[in-house]
Ligand binder design. Structure first.
Ligand code: PMP
Length: 378
């Protein structure tokens, strides 16, 4: 029977405690939300909703085509100009998702014969980019510039077509990549550096300008940054930031740009409104980091094993995949939504609760979250 093999896989998943289900979220959920990626608390902000609505009224519900045909509006170019300016890069290109931006950046920067050096903890979208790219991928140990250096040395012939790929903030544990050391290793060999700042934009750097800006790498001619518009900016979509030469190359070579319908106007309008709001209220970035530090301090004081956060993701170790699922479910029953990461999302096999330190959380909410996590611990 067609697809019959899926039943066996479903049974294996069930036995391993790895079944995933969709749970619709009501618009007015009473839960305290520490599960979303809405780091700056902007997704429900009236200015962001109005940015989306105004863009949809002006430009319609969709962008009508590929960016190269009819899908580029003045709104797209405005958003790209402002994103590049804010983050300190020469140029920017927006995509329909951060996933598509990562596929574009990795494949377009790693032609046939090139070497991609990829951190073992990278996000699935970077990993898939490596799989699709014509270059050869070498996976190196997590956050290990020395391993990167060694890998680059194996690519004797054409180091100029080597690219090092890393998340800036790793999505599972919330730890940061050693960007300055990675850039130094790249520069020794004339390699490019491509970093995914999905969890850094809006949180790290001056006023949320991102991890590359914080590391003094913004605008460098050998650095390319990708990011999503769906976390701190409270919208949807992705962006690649870098030298104009790289952006022009992507327009001509990146398949997820050329063959994908352009970012929806509502998403572009919401992201633009969020960016302008962040410029006006830069303290939101520092507040998200402070909430993360406080959550971590309180959790460790209560005896939990939590990774010290470098941005706004706080990761708490769970005893097992089943234990993690039960813990998250019990939190939910007690009114708290938390993320639950287990294999295969965590390749090291260690399951975790994942908490988002939103800039708009109050002291009372932080206290309540820590109390519930303690009371429901398996
Ligand atoms: N990179 C990282 C590190 C992410 O966490 C995510 C989102 N989960 C993405 C890329 C993909 O972004 P998007 O959701 O906009 O496709």
């Amino acid at each position: 029977m067609a697809f019959g093999w899926m039943d066996e896989q479903a049974e294996l998943r069930r036995r391993a405690g790895l079944v995933r289900t969709l749970r619709p979220r009501p618009a007015d959920s009473p839960l305290l939300d520490l599960a979303s990626n809405d780091y700056l608390g902007l997704t429900h902000h009236p200015e962001i909703a109005e940015g989306a609505a105004e863009a949809a009224r002006t430009w319609g519900g969709g962008s009508t085509g590929s960016r190269l045909v009819t899908g580029t509006t003045e709104l797209h170019t405005e958003l790209e100009r402002e994103l590049a300016g804010f983050c300190g890069f020469e140029a920017a290109l927006v995509f329909s998702s951060g996933y598509a931006a990562n596929l574009a950046a990795v494949t377009a920067l790693a032609p046939h014969g090139s070497l991609i050096v990829s951190d073992a903890g990278n996000h699935a979208s970077l990993i898939d980019g490596c799989r699709l790219a014509r270059g050869t991928t070498q996976v190196v140990g997590h956050a290990d510039p020395e391993a990167v250096r060694k890998a680059l040395q194996t690519h004797e012939d054409s180091a100029a077509t080597a690219v090092v790929v890393s998340d800036t903030v790793f999505s599972v544990d919330g730890d940061a990549a050693p960007l300055a050391e990675l850039a130094a290793a790249c520069r020794e060999r004339g390699a490019g550096l491509l970093v995914d700042d999905a969890h850094g934009l809006g949180v790290l750097g001056e006023g949320g300008r991102g991890a590359a800006h914080a590391a003094g790498l913004a605008g460098a001619d050998d650095v390319v940054v990708t990011a999503t518009l769906s976390k701190s900016l409270g919208s949807q979509g992705g962006v690649v930031l870098g030298p104009a030469r790289v952006i022009e190359h992507l327009v001509n070579a990146a398949r997820t740009f050329i063959f994908d319908t352009g970012l929806a106007p509502a998403a572009a309008g919401a992201a633009l409104a969020a960016l302008r709001l962040l410029r006006r209220e830069p303290e939101r970035a520092a507040r998200a980091r402070a909430v993360a530090a406080e959550l971590h301090a309180r959790l460790t004081a209560a005896g939990h094993e939590a990774v010290r956060p470098d941005a706004a993701v706080v990761s708490v170790r769970a005893p097992s995949p089943e234990g993690a699922v039960q813990w998250a479910a019990d939190c939910r029953t007690a009114g708290l939504a938390v993320g639950c990461f287990r294999p295969p999302s965590v390749p090291d096999g260690i399951s975790r609760l994942r908490l988002t330190a939103r800039a708009d959380l109050s002291e009372a909410q932080i206290e309540r979250a820590v109390r519930v996590i303690g009371e429901t611990r398996p």
